[in-house]
Design a protein around this ligand. Sequence first.
Ligand SMILES: *Cc1c(COP(=O)(O)O)cnc(C)c1O
Length: 458
Amino acid sequence: MKHRSWAEPYKIKMVEPVRITSRFEREKAIEDAGYNTFLLKSADVYIDLLTDSGTSAMSDRQWAGLMLGDESYAGSKNFYHLEEAVQKYYGYKHLVPTHQGRAAEHIISQLLIKKGDIIPGNMYFTTTKLHQELAGGTFVDVIIDEAHDPENEHPFKANVDLNKLENLIKKYGAERIPYVSIATTVNMAGGQPISLENLHEVRSLTQKYGIKIIHDMTRVAENAYIIKEREPGYADREVSEIVREICNLTDGATMSAKKDALVNIGGFLAVNDDELFDRARNMVVIYEGLHTYGGMAGRDMEALAIGIGESVDYNHIKARVGQVYYLGEKIINMGIPIVKPIGTHGVFLNAKKMLSHLSKDKLPAQALAAALYLDSGVRAMERGVVSAGRNPENGDHNYPELELVRLTVPRRVYTQAHMDVVAESVEVVYEERNKITGLKFVYEPRYLRFFQSRFEIL
Ligand SMILES: *Cc1c(COP(=O)(O)O)cnc(C)c1O
């Protein structure tokens, strides 16, 4: 059969012009930003692949939903729409809205973790781990070893190593493990999915010891789509059914709705346990706002309620992940090392391998992201030693196995032509890689240092 192309299941109704800068302008901009792409002004960026967080384009239905905002302090209609969507698409019983994902992580960590506790998880995430630590816990990675190898093409690199998990439970005792933290997909491993087979096994094991599973469901629809594509037995299942099955295997979830759920701001905590819900609902009023808005405007809750439905639509998610794959395949065909399999929300350049002439203390990924911006105005993000922070005990840098630059694709925002420009810029930077000499810290904040650190060229 002749090859048949597919295209996005939408057409464009409004456009936002972007500025194309000169190399001279970019040199000044990146220097002013201390070689940290987080500190660039967006007006100086041409194609912004810093993050897929809060950067998606809303649909006309979501924009219409904004006009239905009920800005009552208490009991807004939009809260009930959102609660209905969370129950219908995700199956969790109780909803506590928050302004974004980390606020939900804060609440659940404070409620469930006590000093000295251990929280196993399928690789760390920056904010998740920090909130676990601030609550007195220690995060322990129990992801399969394949996840730490960027070349390994395991189809479900977010899977939990059940032996690692059981050994940990035996070592510390179930009383010291309040929950297992399971992310769909795993961002820091390169946007990699967990299989349902593995999640079922994690569920059986944790049930045996009476341990909860808290689900970081930030990209659950993308994970579900890959399960449909790759996991035996799921090809004929709806993405929405797979999403429900994943959620049903967990006790509660934190959600950054700024990713999968197609809104610019928002998040929530969802739990099934009535007593835990009461405590979470009480805590949200201290930090976020009343339990029927939790830091979101009514209109934002409406847009989110609509976005959740759109996010599990097969044609949407196929085009979303398909665009990321298009970029990834193009870069692979240029002979440039990236994390494989290609992630669902972005392409992760293997900076360690691309810049093999730089030792890890020269911050190769940070330097690569700066070089890419300089070449074309494409903004990417470091995911390596700078993101991994320092060991709280001895203050040394944490050197993760993976030293990556993430080209994160916002949902429904850029075209395939933008992806071509990005890939070509990556190729030019790779060809001229020997000009990159590395960076050193000149300013380093205490928490989540990747956001605000400043650097100088070595
Ligand atoms: C973005 C993200 C979070 C944190 O959510 P925010 O909305 O940015 O606070 C948590 N976990 C994962 C996997 C994420 O990607």
